[in-house]
Design a protein. Sequence first.
Length: 566
Amino acid sequence: MTSPSRYAQSLAVIEAELRARFDAAANEFGQSEDAAPDVALGPARDPAHGDFASAAALAAGKKWKRNPLEIAQKIAAAGTDRLPGVGTIEAKAPGFINLRMAQPFWGGVVAEALERGADFGRSDALSETGPVLLEFVSANPTGPLNVVQGRSSSLGATLAGMLRFAGADVKTETYVNDSGAQLDLLADSLYARYATLCGVPTAVPDDGYQGDDISEVARQLQARDGDRWLKAAQAERRAALGAFARDVIVEQQRRDLENFGVVFDRWFFESSLYAGGKVDEVVDWLLQRGVAYEKDGAIWLRSTQFGDDKDRVLRRSDGRPTYLAPDAAYHRDKFERGNRYLIDIFGPDHHGYVARISAIAAALGHPGKLEVLIAQQVTLKRGAETVAMSKRAGHVVTLREVVDEVGKDAARFFFINRAPESQLIFDLSLAVEQSTNNPVYYVQYGHARIASIVRKAEETGRGALLERARRGADLERLEHRTEIALIRRLTDFARTVGEAARARAPHRLAEYARDVATDFHAFYTECVVLGDDEALSSARLSLALASKTVLASALTLLGVSAPDRM
RNA sequence: GCGCCUGUAGCUCAACUGGAUAGAGCAUCGGCCUUCUAAGCCGGAGGCUUUGGGUUCGAGUCCCAACGGGCGCGCCA
């Protein structure tokens, strides 16, 4: 097989050459060695300007205190020599450098997509970040996951996938809060349901867990153990029932997430920190380091030293740790396992906690190595009507219910479709609608249409054409406006994933997937793929296959299926 | 009161971290199926980016203030 021109490689060569030109220009303008700006080649905003553009001359103009247009002109004046694949290079006011690519470049992109398949778009853009641990969901084991946790899990799973796609080494983890008063309350709530089942009517504690799911756990407990816990001592009963409830509920959460396409590398149990003596250990360690101190009989973290607005209690005056101590132990453990960078995704109700946990990372000796993302709140609607969700109203809508109602694909897409820090209005009736209105189907439809073309080729005895297309022959025939627009979009896949991952903005990938679908649908409408001209048909089929690959990769990262038929 | 998020088309949201004429989807108006899936395509209309100052060649984006929305502020988690 002949080696096709590699677009990623040629883009890198182009950037390197432009960088060299900037260095030379810097010299000429009497600037220091490192004065040249980042070239940062991106897609041109308006195709009329060209295919790729750089605003580097504008940045240089500011830095060098020179006219940016003059700089851009100097860079462009060197022409397209040593710029592989570039047709023309132009400087445009106020100082943009615009590149227009020659046809062989576009053919090369399609060839590479065909060759690399599911790996097309992978890069090593973020490979230098070192091992990253991404923690999200981290639910209490007291009931089913809620809608915000659904959003967090979509964000976390897609972000992890994107970071990996861009070359980062990432593990995912969720933390189960299975210690302390909360678990006792869970045990007591379970006991109330259980005792009632066993014929001893017992009230659930005032602030206990009322949900039906606890009653279900009680039934399972009774089925396993009969009524033996009615007579047990409280301490023994609490320990046993707490663990039982936790195991059942965590298992259910795990299944719900799996149905949602979210699987963690590890479920980390808070109780394991206590069991291993890690909680006392970290408190002592912090005391020894002088970043914690004793006051009023309690032990305090000197968090104000690390940007928090007040110091926080680690261990109460009665000797019991606050939640902060096991969290410190947990984050210490994360670092000790070799992770160099931590990302935590919190729900909207925990944003007040960000300064604290950041202070902990700093106190542990890793300042700036913990990043916290907030998944903002979700409001459910059905058309114009807001779905009531307050705890006081008695029912909190669960992730499972949403997935049951709208399906995994729509739920994953809708959750990821907005910037994490934006509040999300989730219209359930739109998400179930199987129509034009639904952006999920729009993207999936693009994929299904391509699969349909392939089927058609097979069914009409054009297997040879299909083979030819898979080899990427005839790619020089691609020149139609919609063909080039589509290829330009495919070209941007790697950069989009890398930049969106870097910016923690996975919603951009959803937008990108929609854009690919839009460009494909336009191409499909304008250009007949399976026509009479064998070479042209082959070229267009190649492009369709390349598009299918990118759509499938993007949908997979989003956790949405890529169907062959709809 | 203090802190974080937020305010962009009728609605839901983008705008790649300060760049070119602020873009999509829905809704609305008008066109396109004898051809590979019309769950599609093409076009129109719709904006003082909440308001007022500032920074600079350039601001939806940065700074200050005001106003509106959400959330948080415990030796609870």
